[in-house]
Ligand binder design. Sequence first.
Ligand SMILES: NC(=O)c1ccc[n+]([C@@H]2O[C@H](COP(=O)([O-])OP(=O)(O)OC[C@H]3O[C@@H](n4cnc5c(N)ncnc54)[C@H](O)[C@@H]3O)[C@@H](O)[C@H]2O)c1
Length: 361
Amino acid sequence: MPSSMAQTLKVGLIGAGGIVRGAHLNPGWLADPDVEILAVCDVNEKVAQKLAEDFKIKHIFTDFCELLKLKEIDAVDICTPNKVHTPAVIGALEAGKHVLCEKPLAVTVQEILSMREALRKTDRILMTAQHHRFSEASVAIKAWVDTGAMGEVYHARVNATRRNWLPTSAGFIDPNLSGGGPCMDIGVHALDTALWLMDFPKPVRVSGRAHTNFAKGFDIPGGWGEWDRVLFGVEDFASGYIHFSNGSTMVLEASWLQHQEKEELNATLQGKKASMRWPTGHFHTVTNRTLIDGMVLPHAGRKPAHTEEILAFARAIREKTPSPVPIEQTIHVIAILEAIMKSSQLNQEIVMPDWDADSAK
Ligand SMILES: NC(=O)c1ccc[n+]([C@@H]2O[C@H](COP(=O)([O-])OP(=O)(O)OC[C@H]3O[C@@H](n4cnc5c(N)ncnc54)[C@H](O)[C@@H]3O)[C@@H](O)[C@H]2O)c1
């Protein structure tokens, strides 16, 4: 649709912290000429005020229920600590708004199912902000994988591990706000991308282990500075082993602190015809007993991944197309992460419920 014909989308921001300022606004929403950021809400009024000043936002709130009463708002962008996502998403859907919500969409399957209940009662769009799917590399790799070049994918190694980049704010380290540590925070990125590349096989059994090895002590200096050791109540490392109904398997590792060279966020998919490494695009294969290495080049010319994600959300609203990152996919992502934690607590393998059968009800 030419921009002169496009409907101006009026947007409300819920949460005005790091990710909004760093990635959702500029570039981000401001890349769409037919968007007006009409309101911002943050429980910290000064933070909301500063953002409103910097980006000329008309309305400021400290309670998202008040923002949701603004009839002119078409869509909200939720960037609060994880535990606020569920009430904000449900409140927004019930108020008739389209919703983009940061990852992890929620931290328990129960929360996701309650969002799904609300979604089924409206024609609005709910999109999980999994921006890695929208990067130049991911789009190119997905296109290549979808040609069938890998053959059947039978295993994936998924890695979201850091040496000393532990996010220090309460929203990440207080379990009452975050609902989990690196598994929920960054494991979710690599896991979502790997499952998307694999076409979302259905998880059937999960075993996992979560530890707090370093975060209560002072041995490893944090790249983002110090954090409150008493408040810290989540894991700093987790690993999981996942079985899917099609016989394929996955190993997932997530950490904020551990002895390793540098930060890693990647996935390696093993297929019967080729393997693929995300996000580098390197693949390995064999033809006529000749070993071949190659590389899928990124699709050049795209905007930054967060911006492409936001533009995809706005496009889906205007064109009335399905959510670019639908809740049906996110249920599987969160179910796996929750099961890793549960398996660790119970010291046993978790048999996954049948979410698809449930969704047919
Ligand atoms: N996709 C990514 O790359 C990425 C990166 C960082 C964070 N995130 C996600 O974005 C979300 C926010 O992270 P952040 O880094 O911006 O955190 P942050 O701590 O910088 O900002 C969160 C803001 O939410 C506000 N807030 C808390 N409770 C609220 C409520 N009830 N109503 C309104 N505002 C409230 C806080 O005052 C704070 O200003 C988290 O879910 C996080 O996982 C995503």
